[in-house]
Ligand binder design. Structure first.
Ligand SMILES: [Cu+2]
Length: 362
């Protein structure tokens, strides 16, 4: 008896330390995410500080560094962070955050009630000499039906309220902007492990893409440079205007080795921009469209954000990121080398999958 009790205690103690250890590990792993925003703001501050410092500080690198650090600290302090989430910059971002907080508070209140009751029962009905032994009970049907119904009502309510409105599912997922004037179209190719951003060029026409044209370093996505693709701009970063609807075609790109003529299938990636509150998978052989608009007049112009891959796609997955910049018209003209509004693109070309490509050539 005594032996069993001692063993039981040792087991309890073991479980306590195991839980404690797991909690500690979780907190350590989560720490970088909490600090991320400050780091981002600091980096932005440093980037902004650079031009001014460059002229005077070149002779004195120490002073330059001190000034950069001071500016970065100011930027971090000036920017109030909302827990682990960066500020939303898209027109529907605020609504997505509202939904997040609604779910957070509903589940938070439920968590506090459940944990509170559990703690109360643990203490109230703890083992004490001379008290009755605990006995098992089947439960209470009325209670179970009630809390199941309450949960269903809450879930349906959350589901229904997020369908309509500017930040609703229909608007974000199903309403795509029409191409033409005032819509900024980009074809986005994701491959293991890089992003390529294809802009139509001054003729307003996207070039065709063929895997058999892929030449690493020279023609990374395989654009047909003899057709309308001759003036296409291909950048490793996403540049967009503010206050305009940006329409993106997402394509998962396979690999083609020109020397061995070996084709490798595309894999699953996910286009994720935390600042836009936008995430969408790139499904091989199944291209999809997404859209967003960066809020105008909110000081986003000139800032650098980030696009990351949010789907484990291989060993280089963690390096699969790209810069994302919001630019004014002059900045876009400089980055693209043409005026995107002069001849707006009116359509995306048909996406030709590799096996169809082979058939066409035969
Ligand atoms: Cu990926």
């Amino acid at each position: 008896m005594i032996l069993t009790r001692e063993k039981g205690r040792a087991g309890q103690l073991g479980r306590f330390w195991l839980s404690f250890g797991l909690l500690a590990v979780t907190l350590i792993l989560a720490a970088p995410a909490w600090c991320q925003e400050e780091k981002g703001a600091a980096a932005a501050g440093a980037v902004q500080a650079e031009p001014a410092v460059k002229e005077e500080g070149a002779a004195n690198p120490g002073a330059r560094l001190a000034e950069q650090i001071a500016t970065a600290q100011e930027a971090a302090a000036a920017k109030k962070t909302l827990l682990w989430m960066p500020d939303a910059i898209s027109t529907y971002g605020k609504g997505v955050d509202d939904l997040f907080w609604l779910i957070f508070w509903i589940t938070g209140v439920a968590w506090v009630i459940v944990m509170g009751l559990m703690l109360y029962f643990l203490i109230r009905y703890r083992h004490r000499e001379g008290h009755d032994k605990a006995h098992y009970t089947h439960g209470n049907n009325k209670l179970e039906v009630t809390w199941t119904l309450v949960t269903i009502v809450i879930l349906v309510f959350i589901g229904v309220i997020q369908l309509w409105g500017d930040s609703g599912w229909f608007n974000i997922r199903l309403r795509l902007p029409e191409m033409g004037k005032d819509t900024f179209p980009v074809r986005v190719y994701g491959e293991q492990f890089a992003w390529h951003f294809n802009y139509p060029g001054k003729d307003g026409k996207f070039g065709d893409q063929r895997h058999s044209y892929i030449q690493s370093g020279v023609n990374p996505v395989g654009l047909d440079r003899d057709g309308p693709g001759k003036d296409d701009k291909l950048l490793p970063k996403l540049v967009v205007p503010e206050g305009k609807e940006v329409l993106i075609q997402l394509i998962s790109l396979g690999k083609y080795n020109l020397d061995t003529e070996i084709y490798t299938h595309p894999v699953l990636h996910s286009f994720f921009s935390p600042h836009l509150r936008l995430k969408r998978d790139l499904v091989p052989y199944n291209e999809g469209n997404i859209w967003f608009e960066v809020e105008a007049g909110k000081g986003h112009v000139g800032k650098k954000f980030e696009i990351v891959c949010a789907e484990l796609c291989g060993e280089g997955h963690s390096k699969m990121r790209a810069d994302f910049e919001v630019l004014d018209e002059a900045g876009l003209l400089k980055a693209l080398g043409y005026d995107w509004n002069a001849q707006p693109a009116t359509e995306f070309p048909e996406v030709v999958h590799y096996y169809k490509e082979e058939k066409d050539e035969e």
